[in-house]
Structures are given as structure tokens and as C-alpha cells.
Design a protein around this ligand. Structure first.
Ligand code: ADP
Ligand code: MG
Length: 246
């Protein structure tokens, strides 16, 4: 079982961004992606999730061997792909609780109704784990949330939706150290043999708390270097200068 990216080429507004990217994330593993700004990390996460603005021009995304490249974003979500955005959108007029409830309801077979009591119990337990105040239940999704509150809310969504493959795009940016620990705790509580993670980050710091099995460096739309957790430490030391001489 794995999330497999094969020879991925993708464009945004006609400009090629991903240029033949290969990556396999077996269930049970955490893979980190680092790399300079503009190298295509967010584009990769959005192409996997099925974002409309990003055009897949060649290659495939396989979820446990099934090609999901042609599926709509909601179909991919229900198939088990989750993306925590680098810049989470605000959804005015839709409360956080209703948003989560609708997303979970959409996963049930036709005619089956979500159990409201169990839903609230589960949501409150997860909010407690993330040290989120209950007032966030009734507030509109991300509206007026601070950067850190938005990132915590992304993790709450992830924990509620229980996805098979989790993509986290710079979830650590904008977090203070306490929030970072809480978010890492949430992610670590979800690590299991049945679930894979792709964690995009600029900072080794996050990887102190979420230990990756593999670290990849992305540059100009490709993975140019892969290694173990120690690679993130090397990058922290030496930066991306090696890319210029390569
Ligand atoms: P990273 O996440 O590694 O910083 P991105 O994937 O966000 O990189 O961006 C890669 C390149 O694609 C950049 O040059 C960026 O300007 C461009 N790009 C990304 N999204 C869009 C978009 N929606 N419209 C136009 N250009 C975009
Ligand atoms: Mg990005």
C-alpha cells in the first residue's frame, strides 16, 4: 500500500512547474520534503489533492495502486487523500462544526445519517488534544483566525477525516514552539501502519518532533536528493548551496 507519484509533470497557467517527479510513500512512513521557495512543493501537494488550478500534463498519482489522477478533488478526499494547506482558506458563513459534519456526512452511504452526539464527542476530544478552545466550534471556518489557529484547525480537520494519506504543506510556519508541539502531537497520534504522511517544511525544527523516515530535497520541479532524517540536519547546516554547484 502506498501513495505513488510517477513521472509527474504539471503546469500552472501554462508554465511548467513539476518536471518529472517520482516519489513513493508507503503506508506507515513519514516523508519530508524540503527545498527552496518556488521549487514546486505546494504545487506537488495540490496536484496530488486534485486542485483545479494545477494541470497535470504527464505522469500519474496512484493511491494503493489505483490511478486517481483523473478524479475530482472531493473524490480524492473520499478516497483518503487529505491536504493541510500552506495558506488555509477562510469560509465565511460556515461554522467549523457544520463544515466538519458535512465533510463526514459526505463520506457515509446514501440515506445514512451522522450520529450528532458521537460527532460532537469526537470533535471535542480532538479539540482538547489540540488545545483548541470550544469557541472555535461555532466560528466560521478560519475566518479571522490567526495564522497559528488556522494551522491547528487544519490538523483538527485531518484528525476528524481520518485520511489514508496526509499531505501537510508548511503546517509549521506561523506556529510558536508550543503550538508546534501540539500540532506534532496530533500528527504523531495519527501515525500508523495504515497511514502515510508527506510533510513539507522549511525547518528542521518540525522534524525534531515529527521524525521522518525519509527526507527529500526538491528543486526546480524535481526531487534532487533523498536521504534519512539526517539529511534535514545537513540542510540546516549547509543550506541549499549544493544545488548551485550541482
Ligand atoms: P514552493 O511551495 O516550493 O515554494 P510553489 O509550488 O508554491 O513552490 O510554486 C512553484 C512555482 O509555481 C512558483 O514560481 C510560483 O510562482 C508558481 N505558481 C504556483 N502557484 C501558482 C498559481 N496559482 N498561479 C501562478 N503561478 C503559480
Ligand atoms: Mg509552498
Amino acid at each position: 500500500m502506498s501513495l505513488t507519484i510517477e513521472n509527474l509533470h504539471a503546469s500552472v497557467e501554462g508554465a511548467p512547474i513539476l518536471k518529472g517527479l517520482n516519489l513513493e510513500i508507503p503506508a506507515g512512513e513519514v516523508h519530508a520534503i524540503m527545498g527552496p521557495n518556488g521549487s514546486g512543493k505546494s504545487t506537488l501537494s495540490k496536484i496530488i489533492a486534485g486542485h483545479d488550478d494545477y494541470e497535470l500534463t504527464d505522469g500519474r498519482v496512484l493511491l494503493d495502486g489505483v490511478d486517481v489522477s483523473g478524479l475530482e478533488v472531493d473524490e480524492r478526499s473520499r478516497a483518503g487523500i487529505f491536504l493541510a494547506f500552506q495558506y488555509p482558506a477562510e469560509v465565511p458563513g460556515v461554522s467549523n462544526a457544520n463544515f466538519l459534519r458535512a465533510a463526514l456526512q459526505a463520506r457515509l452511504p446514501d440515506g445514512e445519517e451522522i450520529d450528532a452526539v458521537a460527532f460532537y464527542k469526537d470533535m471535542y476530544a480532538k479539540m482538547d488534544e489540540l488545545e483548541m478552545n470550544r469557541k472555535f466550534t461555532s466560528r466560521a471556518v478560519n475566518e479571522g483566525f490567526s495564522g497559528g489557529e488556522k494551522k491547528r484547525n487544519e490538523i483538527l480537520q485531518m484528525m476528524m477525516l481520518d485520511p489514508r494519506y496526509c499531505l501537510l504543506d508548511e503546517t509549521d510556519s506561523g506556529l510558536d514552539i508550543d503550538a508546534l508541539k501540539v500540532v506534532a502531537k496530533g500528527v504523531n497520534s495519527m501515525r500508523s501502519a495504515n497511514r502515510g504522511f508527506l510533510v513539507i517544511t522549511h525547518y528542521q525544527r518540525l522534524l525534531d518532533y515529527i521524525k521522518p523516515d525519509h527526507v527529500h530535497v526538491m528543486a526546480d520541479g524535481q526531487i534532487v536528493k533523498s536521504g534519512g532524517a539526517e539529511l534535514a540536519l545537513e540542510l540546516e547546516e549547509s543550506g541549499y548551496d549544493f544545488l548551485k554547484t550541482a
